[in-house]
Design a protein. Structure first.
Ligand SMILES: [Zn+2]
Length: 425
């Protein structure tokens, strides 16, 4: 059903997509909290998913857990290419990798028309500190085989990733971008699995448009008793017009029409204070990557035996999955972002206009330009300008506003916004 999405063109004023694509609505309707609850129970049943735990036991430890994730994702659709992404890691990779270990991320790839990739990820490894054993007897004396349920951190991000793999692959839709669903290991030892993978992608010249990393995303009651089940945070590294900030803005803009009762709170920070996540190694390699995290965390149920499924809300987790899915699908259906450069924003013949120029993108039917006060955090205005590669805004200062441009595909889906900023800013 191509062409069924009618965006309201032109749309001056607030930068908000006003149309919704019924195909994306159908995908969101398939997201199933009960399935996600069952998947969390499945993950927790392996006792621990510590990256250093046993890999040769059939029902305990990370080896059994990753095999289960691989088989689950393989069962969703023949279109998904599921494999291990394996690395031998040791103390030289991170001090907390105490011994040489066979680390494996699990990848499920849904090929698109182009090789350009969009990732959805969560880390499936778990960690339990402290002396409690949770009343669960591990099968070996190895300290790394101790009980570490990791339900919310980060079973939540793992099952969200698995659920998106299922509904997007089973939709039967063909996307422009290639979708990669990644269950990551080694996060708790220093983001090792993500770092090795991101470095390999950079080395191989793979183009990654966006990484949607989900970590601690399924609980809405803070340890202080304050509850918030209607918002989710998206953390992105600066500066204010970095690739990751464009991705964060895009997520709010594109997801809100589909999930209007669930607010995306953009946080202009790389991560929470003193904490890390798997989006950061992708940032370090120059890719756009953000972190989704619940708005109210319970720190007393993280990294210990109390991180169990009864501390989660699966309806809340499902709403967060829908926010992810709406933006992932929109971005995957859109063409690539147009090429811009700092010197393609000029004052025009008059010397007092804003003249924007950009390089055409394959598959685009037109372009939308964006601007905001240079002091503003998010786009304040947008304008559909049609199938051109140059547009002038009369009497608009190029000093006082930030400008950008997005490519629009035949069904109305927009790319990320490319911004006119000095290189490295
Ligand atoms: Zn985590």
């Amino acid at each position: 059903m191509a062409g069924c999405f009618v965006a309201a063109h032109p749309v001056p004023g607030a930068a908000q997509v006003t149309g919704v694509d019924p195909r994306i609505e159908a995908i969101l309707a398939e997201i199933d909290p009960d399935r996600m609850r069952a998947a969390i129970d499945g993950l927790v049943s392996f006792g621990t998913r510590s990256t250093l735990s046993s890999t040769d036991l059939p029902e305990w430890g990370i080896g059994a857990a990753r095999q289960w994730i691989l088989e689950e994702m393989s069962s969703y659709s023949d279109r998904l290419q599921v494999s291990f992404d394996a690395y031998e890691v040791g103390p030289e990779d991170a001090a907390r990798i105490r011994r040489t270990t066979d680390l494996r991320n699990v990848l499920a790839i849904l090929p698109g028309r182009s090789e350009r990739r969009i990732y959805v990820s969560g880390h499936y490894d778990s960690l339990a500190l402290g002396d409690e054993d949770g009343g669960v007897e591990p099968p070996t004396d190895d300290p790394f085989d101790r009980y570490a349920p990791g339900a919310n951190d980060d079973g939540s991000g793992t099952v969200l990733t698995m659920e998106l793999a299922r509904v997007l692959a089973q939709s039967g839709m063909e996307f422009d971008a290639t979708l990669v669903f990644m269950a990551i290991a080694g996060e708790e030892q220093g983001l090792v699995g993500a770092a090795r993978h991101a470095a390999r992608m950079r080395e191989e010249g793979v183009e990654i448009t966006a990484v949607f990393n989900n970590d601690i995303i399924g609980n809405h009651v803070g340890g202080n008793g304050i509850s918030d089940s209607r918002t989710v945070r998206v953390f992105s590294e600066g500066p204010e017009d970095s690739l990751s900030r464009q991705l964060a803005r895009y997520i709010r803009r594109t997801s809100q029409p589909y999930v209007p009762g669930h607010q995306v709170r953009l946080i202009a920070r790389e991560d929470r204070f003193g904490r890390g996540g798997d989006h950061t190694p992708f940032n370090r390699q120059g890719f756009a990557a953000v972190r989704f995290t619940e708005s109210r965390e319970n720190y007393s149920r993280q990294h210990n035996v109390f991180d169990t499924p009864d501390g989660m809300d699966f309806e809340y987790l499902a709403r967060n999955a829908r926010v992810n899915a709406a933006s992932v699908a929109s971005l995957a259906l859109a063409p690539a972002a147009p090429g811009v450069a700092f010197n393609l924003l000029r004052r025009g013949d008059s010397g007092y206009d804003a003249q924007l120029q950009w390089r055409a993108v394959e598959g685009a039917v037109g372009y939308r330009i964006f601007w905001r006060e240079a002091w503003g955090q998010d786009w304040e205005h947008d304008l559909w300008v049609g199938d051109v590669t140059e547009f002038s805004l009369r009497d608009m200062s190029i000093d006082d506003f930030v400008y950008g441009v997005a490519a629009v595909g035949p069904d109305g889906h927009e790319s990320l916004v490319s911004v006119y900023v000095r290189p490295g800013r």
